[in-house]
Design a binder for this molecule. Structure first.
Ligand code: IDP
Ligand code: MG
Length: 150
């Protein structure tokens, strides 16, 4: 398995409910490293780029409103097989269907048809590269000294 980088976004429900630290802790416990992180607000313009594949879908308007309702924490996670494992740790898109023990299963909730699912995680090598470049310049990402890996 290769060492990969993937993008996560701790969505407004994590920021507003104060669960960011607990979510980040799960990645740290798993042995993954944070190689970049920043708070920013996802404007409709950024949302159009980030969620381009979903433009026109019935939930798109509520998704843009949700993702922009507060600042979010965008971060890059690095480690072995990080893209697939991060998706597994995140759990199913719908928090009511996500397994207990997953981030969305433990922290996510719904209100009617609105989904508050706590975390975004890139779904492939291509999306990870595209999404990391959308939020970070190369000099904002830190490499760890190989000898310092535990
Ligand atoms: P993913 O985040 O698990 O990859 P996607 O299908 O790519 O799921 O959808 C992107 C985001 O759009 C979801 O995380 C969720 O916030 C929102 N979303 C997806 N489907 C629905 C829906 O049916 N209703 C409301 N929001 C949705
Ligand atoms: Mg997706």
């Amino acid at each position: 398995m290769a060492v990969e980088r993937t993008l996560i976004i701790l969505k407004p429900d994590a920021v507003l409910r104060g669960t960011m630290g607990e979510v980040i802790t799960r990645f740290e416990r798993k042995g993954y490293r944070l190689v970049g992180a920043k708070l920013l607000r996802i404007t409709p313009e950024i949302a159009d780029k980030h969620y381009a594949e979903h433009i026109g879908k019935p939930f798109f308007g509520s998704l843009v409103a949700f993702i922009g309702m507060s600042p979010v924490l965008v971060a890059v996670i690095e480690g072995e097989d990080a893209i697939a494992v991060t998706r597994k740790l995140a759990g199913a898109t719908n928090p009511l269907k996500a397994e207990p023990g997953t981030i969305r299963g433990d922290f996510g909730f719904t209100k009617g048809s609105d989904i508050y699912n706590t975390i975004h995680a890139s779904d492939s090598l291509e999306s990870a590269a595209r999404e990391i470049a959308l939020y970070f310049s190369p000099d904002e990402l830190c490499s760890y000294d190989e000898e310092a890996h535990l």
